[in-house]
Design a protein around this ligand. Structure first.
Ligand SMILES: Nc1ncnc2c1ncn2[C@@H]1O[C@H](COP(=O)(O)OP(=O)(O)O)[C@@H](O)[C@H]1O
Ligand code: SF4
Ligand SMILES: [Mg+2]
Length: 309
């Protein structure tokens, strides 16, 4: 098997005394989508931001993030710009904040090409229009000359994806990229992202609170709760045979056609910081769960953090 493109080892992110990401480890290979799923506050965004060294200044980040043989956490600040937005690109939930409202969309899309790659402007424009077409932006020449407010949320997100494609990034981190979009547009964007991974041989970390979205696009799933990866494995296996009580609850919460979403009982912020972090909401919790910390167990190709498994 090929070397992973990214290996995260024992990553922790803390704010004062709280580890909001705690000893997270995973790796991603080329052409692979790793989905990270979990309710709000589980540490998904902090995990993503650590990889680009973009966590808030009051955070403490520990562990190793090996990309192209180097630990990103040890690279000097001025060299990180050679990776951020170039080799690793970030797509966020809100495409509206990705653009400066007073500059035309096309200019903002080609700016990195002109500045960093010294591509002539006319050439860069041709490349951008082609990429716009490939991500389903209709009348790409017209949209190239539009201002951000003239584009819908879905069109703007396609323009953001175009920036990632043009950057030639080898790894895309997409953090809730479809959460702000309506369901039809959401599925179009998901298809574009999956197609991008398959056709360009890149890799992706796809983050969402919605396990059905993550399941559709991902090869592997990491389920996060309270800063822990509580279960990780091949998507098909995790979905059809979930082992951790929280994964089971997430899957049970997927609404069937015509049904309303069924929230998991209890609050995602009700974290038991001693013992198992899911203990306060876990229907199977025993006294040991409140006292001792479960360790990772490896079962076939699965990793699970639970006393009962
Ligand atoms: N600047 C900050 N100061 C203190 N705590 C923070 C800060 N930013 C995020 N957190 C906490 O870190 C935890 C994980 O946040 P985040 O990674 O954004 O979760 P997710 O993306 O899964 O919703 C949350 O409990 C959040 O309150
Ligand atoms: S360790 Fe205990 S509380 Fe935690 S998920 Fe397993 S059974 Fe539930
Ligand atoms: Mg988030």
């Amino acid at each position: 098997m090929q070397e992973p493109i990214l290996t995260v080892k024992n990553l922790s992110v803390s704010f004062s005394d709280k580890k909001v990401v705690d000893s997270v480890s995973f790796s991603i290979h080329r052409k692979e989508v790793l989905g990270i799923v979990g309710e709000s506050g589980s540490g998904k965004t902090m995990t993503a931001l650590s990889i680009l060294r973009l966590t808030p200044p009051n955070s403490k980040v520990e562990g190793e993030i090996i990309f192209e043989g180097r630990d990103i956490l040890k690279i000097p600040e001025k060299e990180i710009d050679k990776i951020r937005g170039k080799k690793i690109s970030l797509i966020l939930q809100n495409p509206h904040s990705a653009f400066n409202p007073v500059l035309k969309v096309g200019y903002q899309v080609i700016e990195p090409l002109i500045i960093h790659n010294r591509t002539p402007k006319s050439e860069a424009k041709k490349m951008a229009v082609n990429v716009f077409r490939s991500v389903g932006i209709p009348e790409p020449e017209i949209r190239f000359n539009s201002y951000p407010h003239e584009l819908s949320g879905g069109m703007k997100q396609r323009a953001v994806i175009s920036i990632s494609i043009l950057s030639g990034a080898e790894l895309i981190i997409a953090d809730e990229p479809t959460t702000a979009l309506d369901p039809t547009i959401q599925s179009q964007i998901l298809k574009i992202l999956r197609n991008l991974v398959d056709s360009k041989s890149i890799s992706m970390i796809f983050i969402s609170h919605d396990i059905s979205v993550v399941a559709w696009i991902s090869d592997k799933i990491a389920v996060m709760y309270g800063g822990w990866i509580v279960e990780m494995g091949e998507t098909y296996e995790v979905l059809h045979n979930p082992l951790h009580p929280y994964t089971k609850a997430l899957i049970a919460s997927i609404p069937h056609q015509g049904e309303k979403a069924k929230p998991i009982p209890g609050s995602p912020l009700d974290i038991h910081w001693k013992g198992c972090r899911f203990a306060k909401r876990c229907p199977l919790a025993q006294s040991i769960c409140f006292e001792q910390t479960p360790q990772d167990k490896y079962i076939n190709r699965r990793k699970v953090k639970c006393f009962l498994v």
